[in-house]
Design a binder for this molecule. Structure first.
Ligand code: GLN
Length: 535
């Protein structure tokens, strides 16, 4: 029988509910349990695919091609699993499904209402996941904060879930923030008390309260929270800011979270078998000593670093794999000219994915800089497009471009895929999810992966244009990865450079702290070599 751990949030958003959920999952996984995770996003969008990264950060893509909330990335990295796309439930999906059923006549005669129809649909969507994946425990994180109008139907459904599944099979964790007031010189528990009260008003009594804080809080403060929020004092967990997010499972385990969950959900585990030792080693490697090199991410959504979260994490994993720590600089590509001084500080350049014309010239300038100065450069999706365009422009195809940015360019080295031209809707219509790619011998890619064939996740409409294959390869561009039928170009390289690789897919989604992605490990190695030679 599957057990559910529901995670709600209070006080303020962005306190790290996703990391908290993922950390609880990591602890349970260390007991040998099969753990899955669901993110509920109470917004009306069907998925996060059409959301600007400034709204909710990066759009994470699952292997089966769902465009989801970035928390699924945290779950995959902490749990080392591949989650199915249905693990991201939105208000849009729930309502669409109910309305579709109504149109089919499935509720014939009934007046369709939030309770029971919407709440039943929510429970059905939640239960479908352990049914298909056979998880022992499923984490269910509810986005937003308790008290939001959008969350109400979900809270009601989750309350019902506890009644239906039984008290021993569903537990509630409420994550709050305990602020420190400098003027008063003390921590304040009142916001936690209020948000717990708000949660109780929906009929949900929390079993555990996780208090986020900037610095550790005292035991007497925990006692106070336990008393006012009516939970046992060993169920008040403090997670002060950590050096790295990967430390959070270790902090929570020190607070005996595993033990508490084990008892509360009657898991009957021998909790001494916890195996966070390996995880701890990875965390120590990630923490590192001092930084050895600097990688610049050249993008246009840099004001919100969450826009590039999986890339940032994959770089951190790749650095740890090389036994070093790196600094990551976010550089705005939406400027007339990139700051030369900033560029000269970099030991590696990464051009991430993106959409639309804004910020393109800055990215092309960064490619040119990397080629001229032999700086390792890694382009992902749109980043690969930039590398191909700049390579073409330097090799006789003046003003080469992608048809994404120019109407009928003379040299459309990147062009829309034929089947995409017929599609009118924007949502969920790109080339999405995992596709196979075969690798060419004597390439950076083949050496890094050590395999002939790989599969990686995609999210794009435009592709390398085969009309320019001959011209570009004659100037040294190497098409080192292609689809099995050799039609689609998946990886480009350039041998006359220390490390120049662009890929059409998003390798960052598959990197794990303890299983770093080979391309990131290989890139960081080149970056480190460059930094050492520079000094
Ligand atoms: N905008 C480009 C395309 O649709 C690249 C997408 C991306 O970087 N994810 O093909």
């Amino acid at each position: 029988m599957t057990k559910y751990i529901v995670i709600t949030g209070g006080v303020v958003s962005s306190i790290g509910k996703g990391i908290t959920s993922a950390s609880i999952g990591r602890i349970l996984r260390s007991y040998g349990l099969k753990v899955g995770a669901i993110k509920i996003d109470p917004y009306l969008n069907w998925d996060s695919g059409t959301l600007n990264p400034y709204q909710h950060g990066e759009v994470f893509v699952t292997y089966d091609g769902m465009e989801t909330d970035l928390d699924l990335g945290h779950y995959e990295r902490f749990l080392d699993v591949e989650l199915p796309g249905m693990s991201n439930i939105t208000t849009g999906k729930v309502y669409q499904s109910v309305i579709d059923k109504e149109r089919k006549g499935e509720f014939l005669g009934a007046c369709v209402q939030i309770i029971p129809h919407i709440t039943n649909e929510i429970k059905e969507m939640i239960r479908k996941i352990p049914e298909s994946e056979e998880y022992d425990v499923v984490l269910v994180e509810l986005g937003g904060t308790v008290g939001d109008i959008e969350s109400q139907p979900f809270l009601e459904a989750l309350r019902q879930l506890r009644n239906e599944e039984g008290h021993d099979n569903v537990m509630f964790v409420h994550v709050t923030f305990v602020p420190y007031l400098h003027a008063a010189g003390e921590f304040k528990t009142k916001p936690t008390q209020h948000s717990t009260k708000e949660l109780r008003s929906t009929g949900i009594a929390p079993d555990m309260i996780v208090c986020r804080s900037e610095k550790p809080i005292t035991d007497s403060l925990k006692e106070k929270i336990a008393h006012f929020c009516d939970v046992p004092s060993n169920a008040v967990i403090n997670t002060p800011n950590a050096t790295t997010i990967y430390e959070v499972p270790l902090i929570m385990e020190k607070e005996n979270v595993g033990n508490y969950v084990n008892k509360r959900l009657n898991l009957n585990l021998d909790v001494k078998t916890t195996n966070l030792e390996q995880w701890k080693k990875t965390v120590d490697a990630i923490k590192g000593d001092k930084s050895e090199a600097t990688v610049g991410i050249i993008g246009k959504y840099i004001e919100l670093e969450d826009s590039y979260i999986s890339i940032k994490e994959a770089l951190i994993h790749g650095a740890a794999a090389n036994g070093i720590k790196i600094d990551i600089e976010f550089i705005n590509s939406d400027v007339d000219n990139l700051d030369e001084e900033k560029l000269s500080n970099l030991d590696g350049i990464l051009i991430p994915g993106g959409f639309g014309e804004r910020g393109i010239e800055g990215k092309l300038e960064a490619v040119e800089y990397a080629i001229k100065n032999n700086v390792p450069i890694f382009g992902i999706c749109l980043g690969m497009h930039m590398m191909v365009i700049q390579f073409a422009r330097r090799n006789g195809l003046d003003n080469a471009n992608s048809s994404e940015f120019a109407d009928n360019p003379k040299y459309p080295v990147i062009d829309m895929m034929e089947e995409q031209k017929k599609i009118k809707n924007m949502g969920g219509t790109m080339r999405l999810g995992a596709y196979e790619c075969q690798l060419m011998d004597d390439s950076i890619a083949k050496e890094a992966y050590g395999e002939n064939s790989i599969d990686e996740r995609h999210r794009h409409r435009y592709e390398f244009n085969n009309e320019f294959k001959e011209k570009l390869t004659s100037h040294g561009l190497k098409l080192s990865g292609t689809s099995p039928d050799e039609f689609l170009v998946e990886i480009v390289e350039f041998d006359d450079h220390p490390w120049f690789l662009g890929c059409q897919f998003h390798p960052e989604f598959k990197s794990r702290p303890d299983r770093p992605h080979p391309l990131f490990t290989s890139f960081v190695k080149a970056v480190y070599d460059y930094a050492k030679n520079k000094n």
